[in-house]
Design a protein around this ligand. Structure first.
Ligand code: ADP
Ligand code: MG
Length: 609
């Protein structure tokens, strides 16, 4: 018994820091939650419900023909009826087969429609969430929810319901037939039912716990794989393959353990139920001999009775598996609900100020900010004003908060204190989409989309024609290298643009910013990935790009900043110096120091154009 008990124990919950699940939500709540995705499918579901009734009826009718064969053909040895009975039997079987086909295909079709709807809804929801959400989450976890857990909800809401319903229909139908054939035998056959009930009670709680744990461990495999394979280059460069393999092996083994624990419990239920079934069948045969002699049932009747008993017990046995998948599905539904419950922290006000095309006056007033995870302010009391069409340069050591400032200007986050205004309106009064439409960015980590070069430039302004694309590329000093690519502008750049060099990516990003033609320009270290020669070449196009736009440029390459209208020196999130190049040099503080440092290795004397 102890061995049995130990086999019934689910895997110990692991302590691997993954998001743990909330207690199982009520199945009813899950149904309410996902009903909108089911509603449009109602007519089809109604049609498929029809099959739930018709298909078992045909099965019962087919089996009934066995009774006719035994009692009316075999026992009286009268073969005159045989062709007719055989024809009916074949007819019923054919009809049952055809309807069974339609039934299965329809069920799958409904399920896929549901999955498609829900999947696209969750995906679109994820894109409404603010950047802060993606800072906190592990991508692999989100992916495994999007791919795996949505299927689980389908199992619960459609497949599971259909299975449950057809089990109920079968139990009622075959139960009624049994009583019709011989009510005494039918009563005898019920002796196994309390056994089924007791077994289901004992097992269901354990199955639930085990399948939750198995689902969680399965998800963590995806998380580890995504993180590891996404960093293949780094891992190979530092020879971390073995370490990564053993990390993955540990996750995989943990999942195997949890799956096996769940399978052990599920698999023990089957034989137990079978034992009960055999007991039931033997009891029926025992009493059946007596009934046969008393003439209460024919031999054919007894035969069909036993066949129906199997039809009655099998849905009961399936219910064990069903409860297994329902609990797995409930856990999956919780994970999806958790995603759907996330609300964007950055939202448009109810009545946003309509800016149209902004003039481009940016002002920061006493802005302080910290990320949720950071213990200290990343920006403290930052204030400056950037009049339309001027260039503001931000310089400072890495980690000073420069990139963070650009993220606030794009309203990926809101300041904790103070405010940022555009043309006099607090950014929080604007629709974020409209705000961002007024800004062109070249980010520090130049990211490209997995598409062609032309598509990447067009992302800046989707309605531009090809000539405009080429013009922008030429202005960004990118046209020549793009033409040299295997398919020119139609060359695919690969995931995140990794088929291009860093400098090439950056120039495509500059072309994208050029084509956007926005009144505000944010350049976050736009020349970091360029060599001295290339960054000198890009200066002229960048200056052209800046003309007439409010530009915030962050650069270590002080060549790009010397002619800015104002230079802000950021240190530990505070502006410590502000002024023009000449003023700051004359002051002889941090900026002057930076500038001297910068000149030596570069060997170039920056000039004013
Ligand atoms: P810079 O661009 O000047 O090099 P950043 O603005 O990127 O500096 O970073 C400023 C500080 O904010 C750093 O200490 C960094 O660790 C922290 N930081 C940056 N991004 C995040 C983030 N998404 N979540 C938490 N902390 C962050
Ligand atoms: Mg930065």
């Amino acid at each position: 018994w102890d061995v049995v008990r130990s086999m019934l124990r689910p895997a110990e919950p692991s302590d691997d820091g993954l998001v743990d699940l909330a207690p199982a939500k009520e199945i009813r709540a899950i149904f309410r939650r996902f009903w909108p995705d089911v509603r449009p499918l109602r007519p089809w579901i109604a049609l498929s419900l029809l099959f739930v009734f018709v298909v078992p009826l045909l099965t019962a009718a087919g089996t009934w023909m066995l009774k006719v064969l035994v009692d009316d053909v075999l026992t009286p040895r009268d073969f005159s009826l045989f062709p007719a009975v055989a024809a009916v039997y074949v007819g019923i079987t054919l009809l049952g087969g055809a309807l069974g086909f339609v039934d299965q295909y329809l069920a799958t079709w409904i399920g896929e429609q549901f999955v498609h709807r829900l999947r696209t809804r969750v995906f679109a929801h994820l894109h409404t969430l603010s950047i802060g959400f993606f800072d906190r989450r592990r991508l692999g976890d989100i992916l495994s929810r999007l791919v795996g857990d949505i299927g689980a909800i389908e199992t619960l809401m459609l497949g599971g319901v259909a299975q449950l319903l057809s089990a109920v229909v079968q139990v009622l139908l075959f139960g009624a037939l049994l009583f019709y054939l011989d009510w005494r035998l039918a009563l005898v056959s019920l002796i196994a039912v309390p056994g089924f009930w007791f077994a289901a009670r004992v097992f269901s709680r354990r199955i639930k716990a085990a399948s939750r744990e198995a689902g969680r461990r399965g998800g963590s495999i995806g998380v580890v794989a995504e993180e590891s394979l996404g960093n293949a280059l780094l891992i190979q460069a530092y020879g971390r393959e073995d370490a990564e393999n053993s990390r993955f092996t540990a996750q995989s083994a943990g999942s195997v353990g949890a799956e096996l624990a769940a399978a052990r419990i599920g698999a023990m239920f089957g034989p137990l139920v079978e034992l009960l079934e055999v007991a039931g069948v033997l009891a029926i045969v025992g009493v059946g001999i007596w009934e046969l002699t008393a003439g209460n049932i024919t031999l054919g009747g007894l035969l069909v009775f036993l066949a129906y008993i199997a039809q009655l017990y099998s849905p009961v046995r399936n219910l064990a598996q069903l409860s297994n998948s329902i609990f797995a599905a409930a856990a999956g539904a919780e994970r999806i609900i958790e995603l759907l419950d996330q609300r964007p922290t950055i939202t448009a006000p109810e009545v946003p100020v309509d800016l149209g095309r902004a003039r481009g006056r940016l002002e920061l007033e006493h802005v302080s900010f910290r990320y949720p995870e950071t213990p200290m302010d990343v920006l403290t009391d930052v204030g400056f004003s950037a009049p339309p069409g001027t260039i503001t340069a931000l310089v400072g050591a890495s980690g000073a908060g420069k990139t963070t400032l650009t993220k606030l200007l794009l309203r990926f986050y809101d300041p904790a204190q103070g405010r940022i205004t555009l043309d006099g309106h607090d950014l929080r009064e604007l629709d974020p989409a409209q705000l961002r439409a007024n800004i062109a960015v070249v980010l520090q980590e130049t990211l490209l989309l997995d598409g062609t070069v032309a598509e990447n430039i067009l992302a800046g302004r989707p309605d531009a024609d090809h000539d405009t694309v080429v013009e922008a590329a030429r202005a960004a000093d990118a046209d020549a290298f793009i033409r040299a690519l295997p398919y020119g502008y139609d060359t695919r750049v690969g995931q995140r643009g990794r088929l291009l060099s860093g400098g090439q990516r950056q120039r495509v990003a500059i072309a994208r910013a050029m084509i956007r033609d926005a009144p505000i320009l944010l350049l976050d270290e736009p020349t970091t990935s360029l060599d001295a020669e290339a960054s000198r070449r890009i200066l002229a196009p960048m200056r052209r790009l800046m003309v007439g736009r409010t530009t915030i440029v962050i650069s270590h390459n002080l060549l790009t900043v010397t002619d800015a209208d104002q230079i802000l020196h950021l240190q530990h999130g505070r502006i410590t110096e502000a002024g023009t190049h000449e003023e700051l040099l004359a002051a002889g503080d941090g900026y002057a120091h930076l500038y001297r440092l910068h000149q030596v290795p570069n060997g170039a004397r920056p000039r004013k154009p």
